[in-house]
Each structure stands twice: as structure tokens, then as C-alpha cells.
Design a binder for this molecule. Structure first.
Ligand SMILES: [Ca+2]
Length: 191
């Protein structure tokens, strides 16, 4: 009898847990990756990348402990989805010297226009972080895993003219996770 009661109690607790997990917004799939330190100037040095692949949006937060927005020229985020052909989308927000920050620009490789409007995409700046939010509907109504590559670039106009990327190090005026190559983060499951 005691054993039966225990079994029932454990079953009820497990059921409550499952219901709780399903109901909780924290059920979104979240993964946090670590980026190298001192592979870029401190103002732009990404140390952590947190990726949430939520029901309605992919949200990527870059932690930059010594963030200095005045040193930032542009933010780029590539997002690859696990759908057919593994399309890679990109959102970028750039500062135009003398004119200030432009609204985010969204690139969709599956669209003929390439540059398309993505209502609801956002790049926001915190004291020690940069966060990019892209609605799933802009990612081909994505419901699959994603991988990402965030990039922070300094505002030196000569940076865009360089034919070779500067070597990673404490003077490099740009940082990317995991690197500037074609590599991207591991997959982050949907929800
Ligand atoms: Ca870094």
C-alpha cells in the first residue's frame, strides 16, 4: 500500500513537472557559448554569446564586459536555419559617420530582392551587451534549429577598406564568434 501511494505521488509530481515545463515561457531553448577574451579591443571584445531560439523570435545577446558604444561602427548577425538548403539570413545595423545609426537592414538569401523588410527586427545596446532580435517569420517562418555568427566592428572607416582581416588580439578593432571564417556556433534547438 505504501509503495502504491509513493508511486502515485511520484507520478503526480512528474506530471506536474511536465505541465509546468510546457506552460513555462522558460521552455525556450537557450544555449550560451564562450568567446575568447582579448582577441579584440576591450570595447568590442565579446566574451559570451547567449542564443534563444524562441517560439516567435531568435534572440542573440553578446556580452562585452568593457563595452563602449562610441567605439562601435556596426553590428552583424548571421543566422542559419536547419531548413532545406540551410539558408543563412543576416541582419546588420551600421553607423553612418556624420549621420548616426541606421535602422537594421535584413538580408534574405531566399528572396529575389535579397534586402527585405523584416518588421520587428531589433538591435539594442545595453551597458555591457548588444542584443539582436529577429522574428522567426523573417527566417522563413522558422521552427527548426539555428546557428549564429555575431560580429562587432569598430568605426574606423579604413576597416572596411582592408583586404585582410586584422589578426585577433588586444588591438583588433573587431570581434566575431566563433571566428571571422565561415564557421558558426553549434546548433541551438527550436524552443
Ligand atoms: Ca572575444
Amino acid at each position: 500500500m505504501i509503495r502504491t501511494l509513493r508511486t502515485v505521488a511520484i507520478g503526480a509530481a512528474a506530471a506536474a513537472l511536465v505541465v509546468g515545463m510546457t506552460a513555462s515561457p522558460a521552455a525556450a531553448k537557450t544555449r550560451t557559448f564562450t568567446d575568447k577574451r582579448t582577441d579584440a579591443v576591450a570595447a568590442l571584445d565579446i566574451t559570451k554569446v547567449k542564443v534563444k531560439n524562441k517560439k516567435h523570435a531568435v534572440v542573440v545577446r553578446m556580452t562585452v564586459p568593457d563595452f563602449d558604444k562610441s567605439k562601435l561602427g556596426s553590428v552583424m548577425l548571421s543566422i542559419r536555419t536547419k531548413s532545406k538548403g540551410r539558408p543563412t539570413f543576416m541582419v546588420t545595423k551600421a553607423r553612418i559617420e556624420g549621420a548616426g545609426w541606421m535602422p537594421p537592414m535584413f538580408l534574405d538569401p531566399t528572396s529575389e530582392d535579397i534586402i527585405v523588410a523584416c518588421k520587428g527586427d531589433r538591435v539594442t545596446f545595453g551597458a555591457k551587451s548588444v542584443t539582436v532580435r529577429v522574428p522567426q517569420r523573417c527566417l522563413g517562418a522558422n521552427r527548426k534549429a539555428v546557428r549564429v555568427q555575431p560580429v562587432l566592428m569598430g568605426r574606423d572607416p579604413e576597416l572596411e577598406m582592408l583586404e585582410e582581416l586584422p589578426e585577433p588580439g588586444p588591438d583588433a578593432p573587431l570581434d566575431a564568434y566563433p571566428t571571422f571564417s565561415a564557421r558558426m556556433s553549434p546548433w541551438v534547438g527550436y524552443r
